[in-house]
Design a protein around this ligand. Structure first.
Ligand SMILES: NC(=O)c1ccc[n+]([C@@H]2O[C@H](COP(=O)([O-])OP(=O)(O)OC[C@H]3O[C@@H](n4cnc5c(N)ncnc54)[C@H](OP(=O)(O)O)[C@@H]3O)[C@@H](O)[C@H]2O)c1
Length: 316
């Protein structure tokens, strides 16, 4: 099969098209003839080599999210899956390829009317946004600031939060992106610094991390909660928690959130519901561009250049 692997950590030129052995479905797995691949912010973080200590090695076929048709099933998987259109989580890699394998519990059947492009735009980011907001215990009427809202997770968080009336502030790098976020439900557009330092929020959903994180802990109202669901700007400084201690009397909280901590059944249930909502047009998949698999390096260049609003999708 054709695949793209990380020949060398670093800039996008390290992503190279190769011929690789086609995987086969082990017991409990399905083999998928891939149609689309979602290019996530985390793929770029892995490609840069910054997650080396988490066990990622050069030679990895990156990507974790595909849609396509089931071509074969391993032992223990019902053969009626063969031929069905599915969304699949492939684990910590293996998606940038013409064929991919996934465990049965990581498969969601595509609802009628949902394109494979839209499926890989929402399939992972939707549940992350849903459970990250739940982790922050975002309650009715509470105000929310989404930092790094122009990515796939932020865009889903904006749309989900806007299902009930509340203040939804977003940080973004340009007024044009701000108006696009407003059309999805944001009520207040701030620059990347977060604008007026006196504005406070009950919940901050942070996709960025990096050196700016402590200043966003300072934007929490009393009893406010900041949930970190991404680190596209790198890890925060070691002493970031001091921002909480400096406002001890305000009982603010910080938490990380990973979808890995959510039981697989709950994740799948939310994903099914969201994909059905998207098929009915109630949730919007914001696709920045669709490129062929062989252009994976170009997709990463655009991500690194900060051009992407929503998600780039690769097609086979
Ligand atoms: N928690 C989980 O379970 C989970 C699951 C999957 C992925 N992730 C994580 O989520 C992140 C990717 O999410 P995504 O795809 O939604 O994000 P993304 O598209 O990579 O980035 C989101 C937005 O952040 C802004 N941004 C980028 N760099 C910035 C910087 N240095 N300072 C301030 N703003 C910056 C950009 O918007 P503007 O230019 O408009 O500011 C960008 O569009 C990764 O860190 C990944 O590890 C988490």
């Amino acid at each position: 099969m054709k695949a793209v692997h990380i020949e060398k950590f670093g800039d996008p030129s390290g992503l190279v098209v190769i011929d690789a052995p086609r995987p086969s479905a082990a017991p409990g797995q399905l083999l998928i003839a891939v149609e689309t691949i979602g290019v996530g912010g985390v793929d770029a973080v892995i490609r840069r080599g910054t997650l080396g200590s988490y066990g990622f090695r050069e030679g990895l076929i990156p990507g974790s999210e595909v849609a396509g048709r089931v071509e074969a099933v391993g032992d223990g998987v019902d053969a009626s899956w063969v031929g069905r259109s599915v969304w699949a989580f492939t684990g910590v890699g293996g998606a940038y390829a013409t064929h991919a394998v996934a465990r049965l519990e990581d498969i969601t059947a595509l609802p009628e009317g949902l394109s494979p492009v839209d499926a890989v735009t929402l399939g992972s980011s939707g549940p992350v946004a849903h459970f990250a907001l739940a982790h922050a215990r975002l309650a009715e009427g509470e105000s929310l600031l989404i930092r790094g809202a122009a990515g796939s997770i932020g865009i889903m968080a904006v749309q989900l939060a806007a299902l009930a009336p509340r203040t939804i502030a977003v940080t973004t790098s340009s007024p044009e992106r701000g108006s696009r976020l407003q059309s999805l439900g944001a009520t207040t557009v701030l620059d990347r610094s977060g604008g007026d330092a006196s504005l406070e929020f009950d919940v901050v959903l942070d996709i960025v991390g990096g050196p700016g994180l402590p200043s966003f802990l300072d934007r929490l109202a009393g009893n406010g909660r900041l949930v970190s669901a991404g680190v596209v700007g790198g890890f925060p400084p070691d002493d970031f928690g001091m921002a909480l201690f400096r406002a001890y009397q305000r009982s603010r909280s910080f938490a990380t959130f990973s979808l890995d901590s959510v039981p697989v059944g709950a994740r799948n249930g939310v994903r099914e519901t969201q994909l059905e909502s998207a098929a009915r047009g109630e949730l919007k998949a914001v696709v920045h561009d669709v490129l062929p698999l062989a252009d994976a390096a170009e997709a990463h260049r655009r991500m690194d250049a900060g051009e992407v609003f929503g998600r780039i999708v690769l097609t086979v």
